[in-house]
Design a protein around this ligand. Structure first.
Ligand code: ADP
Ligand code: MG
Length: 756
């Protein structure tokens, strides 16, 4: 029960901080409460009863202070019967709502605690009455509720009094004016009289800051050391002479943007040094990362090394393979390209593995199969990871090279912005290059929201676009219907219970401030305005706000809708189907046909959400748009608007659009700025939800919160760097203490400690 919350040791328990505090020293008076606020009050029980209504039993509690009274309501709460007795003192915490029947307020479903009276033991009274009282998230049922935790933690703190070892170097504590560890632990649990309640609730007391800083300091210190260690390894110093430049010139299909030139410059500068490159290239969808990577790979190849490009899905790998082949055909040099994905047939896999192993394959494009199929490269020089948001995977590149070979350079590419704080902690051991400019000639994408019942108009619109020579995507949340057949799905949080599949192909947005992104491409107009002028103006006048309650329940699936559209509203058009369960050859064929324009409309699942690049596609229709996460919608929209033609994104919503989904859809209509969307996503879901915690390599924090603690993270990073660069500023004892603590923290929290 405790273990499920990662509480295994006494120390863990001490770091399980109260999630809020109640001021029982100066309790609120009932008459100063306002409707809409969430408040904690202390009052006396006046009466309680269970009321049977037609729908469910309601439990009603009346409490009072003098002449003021407050009603509390719990739904379906038969279990409360007999719990309260007149005269008891209770602490209540909940949201206040106006009452219909009287002028009084009522509290709906408050959390409550019956306060101890003179018959209770002194310790309980000491901890719960007349002080700022900590309230804990309950640990496995009521047995381990706040009261239990208060006592255990109090006793633990008593037992270790004077003997909690400090974990940060003393000079650092002095410099930052932070309390020592023991005092901090004591004060976050049992705040001394006079502590600001506002600061407590915000986890902003010096004691809180100290504990948060500690956690972030060891994260950043670990990352800093990793970065150093990597720099010291033997890598490859690539040459960039006229021959290499000539090779690149032969294949470049267009003039690179200034941002592409700059980032390539940064990458190549790393490649020229004899130390391994670990660099992240961030650029919003459509910013042109691929060609930058391809040029870097040509540098490696022209130096006689192999280059590998790893994509998160087979479809993307296949697309990269086809595109690279087409591009490299322009060259007079006969480059040897090889594709390696999991669902290739065994013969082709074996042949390709052989070519890779013997060094005949110069450019290898594939999925995680490159790691999983135990491919051993002959002389791997550069690994590019496209659309990567996972972190642990970096560790595994050593599997790909022969043991006696130098460390290959690694370039990780990612779309959609990741707020800076997350970038710092997720990619803290990478250098970052930013593509903050879109290729010329892009026009913003008009985004509209349409209720299901009006989908007929959408299909008409799609037909019109196709008639003008454009192509369209139509995306569904499931492949075939039942809710558990969707390995490609990454539903947003509140829909998580519908999510049967793994999230390994989920998109995940990450990147950096992209506020400058569109600076060079003309002032961004709101899509709203443009649409009114454009030809869709009359198509979706004032996109409807309500979903159709009559729409049938259950999700439309790609397979079923492909059939329906092909024979119904889109009859006469060439309609293709693409999803993750097709085998590699079929995917390849379908991708190629769509790319060549032999397919007008591609019905698909989210397999197409990352990376797919068909500039002639101008319409992205997403059905059940309310089911998709924000990052995912942004990625999907990024599939269009890649050419010069005006593009459209149409979000069709079914019934039951939750409040959160509303917010996501509105944001999509409002803005195309990936940075803004990522910030919103982060604040709505939190980093753990977005990145998956352990699996994504994102540290699971005990006390820190990357959204709240941005400033402390930056501080921790600065101090960690300082510590590494100025060891002489700390005594040997201090340094030893830091080393020990670092090892422990990383082993336990992140499991990423490498030997050496
Ligand atoms: P992403 O960064 O999302 O991976 P891509 O690399 O797929 O973007 O590029 C998006 C589209 O823009 C592609 O069709 C690509 O050929 C095109 N493109 C990239 N760079 C330029 C450029 N400098 N000029 C014109 N088109 C470009
Ligand atoms: Mg891409």
């Amino acid at each position: 029960m405790l273990k499920a919350k990662s509480i295994e040791t006494a120390e863990d328990l001490l770091y399980h901080l109260p999630f809020r505090y109640e001021d029982r020293q100066n309790p609120r008076s009932l008459d100063e409460l306002k409707p809409g606020e969430t408040a904690s009050v202390i009052a006396e029980v006046r009466g309680a009863m269970l009321m049977r209504t037609r729908k469910m039993p309601l439990f009603e509690l009346t409490v009072g202070q003098g002449r003021y009274a407050l009603k509390c309501i719990w739904f379906n709460a038969r279990y409360l019967e007999g719990k309260f007795h007149a005269g008891q003192t209770v602490a209540l915490y909940g949201k206040l709502e106006p009452s219909r029947s009287s002028s009084n307020l009522k509290m709906i479903q408050p959390q409550f605690e019956i306060l101890p009276d003179s018959s209770d033991d002194a310790e309980t009274r000491l901890l719960e009455v007349g002080r700022i009282t900590p309230v804990y998230e309950s640990l496995g049922g009521s047995r381990l509720a706040s009261r239990w935790q208060r006592k255990v933690i109090f006793n633990l703190l008593e037992a270790v009094r004077g003997s909690v070892p400090e974990s940060l170097p003393a000079p650092l504590l002095g410099k930052l004016d932070l309390p020592d560890r023991e005092a901090a632990l004591r004060e976050v649990h049992f705040p001394p009289e006079g502590t600001s309640l506002t600061q407590l609730q915000a986890w902003a007391t010096p004691a809180h800051r100290r504990l948060i800083f500690e956690e972030l300091f060891y994260l950043e210190l670990g990352l800093e050391l990793k970065r150093r260690r990597m720099r010291e390894r033997q890598g490859i110093a690539f040459a960039t002479d006229e021959k290499v430049r000539g090779a690149i010139r032969e294949v470049l299909p267009f003039h690179p943007t200034a941002a592409q030139k700059r980032t390539l410059g940064e990458i190549v500068a790393d490649m020229r040094t004899p130390n391994p490159m670990r660099r992240l290239l961030q650029g919003d969808v459509g910013s042109g990362k691929t060609i930058v990577a391809l040029q870097a790979m040509l540098v490696a190849i022209e130096n006689g090394y192999q280059a590998a490009l790893m994509a998160p899905t087979e479809i993307l790998a296949t697309q990269h393979f086809l595109a690279a082949r087409k591009l490299l055909e322009r060259s007079s040099r006969k480059y040897k390209l090889v594709l390696l994905t999991g669902s290739l047939d065994e013969d082709r896999k074996r042949t390709n593995r052989g070519m890779i192993n013997r060094g005949e394959a110069q450019l290898v494009i594939g999925t995680h199969a490159l790691i999983e199929e135990k491919v051993e490269f002959d002389n791997l020089g550069l690994v590019v990871v496209d659309e990567q948001h996972r972190f642990g995977v970096l560790q595994r590149f050593k599997l790909m090279k022969k043991p006696n070979q130098p460390e290959p350079d690694v370039l990780v590419m990612t779309a959609t912005p990741i707020p800076r704080t997350l970038a710092l902690s997720l990619y803290g051991d990478l250098d970052v290059s930013i593509l903050d400019e879109l290729p010329p000639g892009r026009t913003p994408i008009a985004t509209r929201r349409v209720p299901d019942e009006r989908s007929g108009e959408v299909w008409e619109f799609v037909r019109k676009q196709v008639k003008q020579g454009c192509q369209a995507y139509v995306v569904y949340p499931v492949i075939e219907g039942s809710s558990d057949d969707q390995p490609e799905l990454d539903f947003a949080k509140e829909d998580a219970d519908n999510d049967g599949g793994d999230r390994s192909s989920s998109p995940i947005s990450e990147s950096r401030p992209f506020d400058k992104l569109r600076a060079g491409t003309g002032a961004p107009q709101s899509p709203e305005k443009r649409v009114r002028k454009g030809k869709t103006a009359d198509l979706f006048p004032g996109a409807a706000k309500e979903a159709n309650p009559a729409a049938k329940s259950g999700l439309k699936s790609a397979v079923a809708m492909h059939e329906k559209l092909r024979t119904g509203p889109l009859a006469g058009l060439k309609v293709g189907l693409l999803h993750g369960r097709l085998d590699a050859d079929d995917k390849e064929v379908m991708m190629r046909r769509f790319q060549r324009g032999e397919i007008d409309v591609l019905v698909a699942t989210t397999v197409i959400e990352v990376g797919v690049d068909v500039p002639n596609a101008t319409v992205m229709v997403v059905e059940h748009a309310e089911r998709f996460g924000l990052a995912q919608l942004h990625q999907l929209r990024g599939r269009v608007g890649r050419g010069a033609a005006k593009s459209y994104c149409i979000l069709i919503t079914g019934e039951r659009v939750s409040e959160q989904a509303e917010e996501r859809l509105n944001a999509m209509v409002r803005t195309q700025d990936g940075f803004e969307l990522a910030e919103l996503d982060l604040s709505m879901r939190g980093p753990g939800e977005i990145f998956g915690t352990r699996q994504a390599g994102l540290p699971e924090f005990r006390v820190a919160n990357l959204v709240r603690d941005k400033a402390l993270l930056e501080l921790a990073k600065r101090e960690a760097e300082y510590f590494v660069k100025n060891p002489e500023g700390f005594s040997e004892t201090e340094r030893a203490r830091v080393r020990a603590r670092l090892k422990e923290a990383w082993q336990r929290r992140y499991g990423l400690v490498e030997a050496g």
